[in-house]
Design a protein around this ligand. Structure first.
Ligand code: ATP
Length: 369
């Protein structure tokens, strides 16, 4: 294992007592000092992964390594890992200072050092001066920061954050997204953040793991995952998409609903059935004559930054368009897009097969079948 890797999961399975398989052969590496997000729908196993890292649960099968040491059986309090929970789990009867100091007092750290460390942690989360405040006198965002201070005061190597922003209203949530990202940069430690909100994951992360039904569907940078989703689940879960059954005619040419388009995808068999993905913001409205396809506008909603327009092509297939340009319901318009905007997904391709094909295509100009 190279020195950058701090956590490794190798073929980890998790079953609870009722026999439900919650994690099904999970393997991944977490590098030091990066911001990771586990993203997926409710019940997909995100919290279970955090519990395994924290030591609140033991895997049924597989190995979990922290700093080159297998930790399957290491108790939670002996791991350099701290968790910030969704409900913050603060002590309501203690003030801000004592909430943050609690763990250090339990460890019998000297009072002078506790004073120093707590003040430092509170400074990190911009709560200097709030030491004597009662928890009930703090706002949601401030409580959140107390919970983070309480976790970082222990100087963990890894901070686990389980949907820490879900109780906040939208504006505060956005502010806290900036704060958390900035805090991670300043601390330089590894953050593993859980959310089911794809925009939050895209905005905050260095790396995202997209999970569904106990399996990692895809891992990568936000841009990789947004631009090159590996399958229908990921394409659908990360932002809105037009996902349409299509056929590869030859390299760089795809046919959908009887229309042929240039694309930049290669490495498929001739006439291989595939799925074509086009993001609504990549479709541009033109006149019928200038468009690559002709559609009729069915509905239009004003969304502030853009119009959300639903249209149908001549084969009766629906296309969602996000455009700053207004159309009229019932109008026939053209849609155009760049060949690069088309993304082709192979049916049931694994992440490794996909990466191999992408790499061959990008670096060697060779095709992988
Ligand atoms: N202690 C437990 N005993 C039995 N089953 C459990 C236990 N904890 C979780 N599960 C089950 O494991 C599955 C995954 O749960 P987990 O909490 O990891 O999902 P999640 O992705 O974090 O979901 P959410 O976003 O709703 O918190 C669920 O089906 C859940 O019912």
């Amino acid at each position: 294992m190279d020195n950058r890797t701090i956590i490794r999961f190798e073929h980890v399975f998790m079953e609870y007592d009722d026999g439900e398989v919650v994690l099904n052969d999970i393997s991944f590496d977490i590098e030091r000092g990066k911001f990771y997000t586990l993203l997926g729908p409710s019940g997909c196993g995100k919290t279970t992964i955090l519990r395994l890292i924290a030591g609140f649960a033991t895997p049924t099968k597989g190995t979990i390594t922290l700093n080159n040491k297998v930790i399957n059986q290491v108790p939670a309090n002996e791991r350099q890992v701290n968790t910030v929970f969704q409900d913050y789990a603060l002590f309501p009867h203690l003030n801000v200072f004592e909430n943050v100091a609690f763990g250090l007092r339990v460890k019998k750290v000297k009072p002078k050092l506790i004073e120093e460390k707590v003040r430092e942690a509170l400074r990190f989360v911009n709560l200097s001066g709030y030491e004597k405040r009662e928890i009930r006198e703090m706002s949601g965002g401030q409580r959140q920061r107390v919970a983070i201070a309480r976790a970082i005061v222990n100087e963990p190597e890894v901070l686990l954050l389980d949907e820490p922003l879900s109780a906040l209203d939208l504006k505060l949530r956005t502010e806290m997204q900036y704060e958390l990202r900035e805090l991670q940069r300043r601390l330089g430690i590894t953050f593993i953040f859980v959310t089911h909100d794809q925009e939050e994951a895209l905005a905050m992360s260095d790396e995202i793991f997209v999970l569904n039904k106990g399996v990692i569907q895809q891992s990568g940078t936000p841009i990789d995952i947004y631009d090159e989703p590996i399958n229908r689940f990921v394409a659908d879960f990360i932002g809105e998409s037009n996902i349409v059954p299509a056929v590869m005619i030859e390299d760089y040419v795809v046919e959908v609903n009887g229309m042929r388009f240039d694309c930049v995808d290669a490495g498929f068999s001739a006439h291989e059935p595939v799925e074509l993905v086009l993001r609504p913001e990549d479709l541009e409205i033109t006149t019928v004559a200038q468009g690559k396809m002709k559609v009729r506008v069915d509905t239009q909603l004003f969304r502030g930054v853009h119009y959300e327009i639903v249209c149908y092509d001549e084969a009766g297939h629906e296309w969602l368009v996000h455009s700053t340009r207004k159309a009229s319901v019932g109008e026939e318009i053209g849609l155009t897009f760049e060949p690069e905007a088309i993304h082709i997904m192979r049916f049931n391709e694994t992440e490794e097969e996909f990466d191999k094909r992408l790499e061959a295509y990008e670096h060697e100009g060779a095709y992988v079948r």
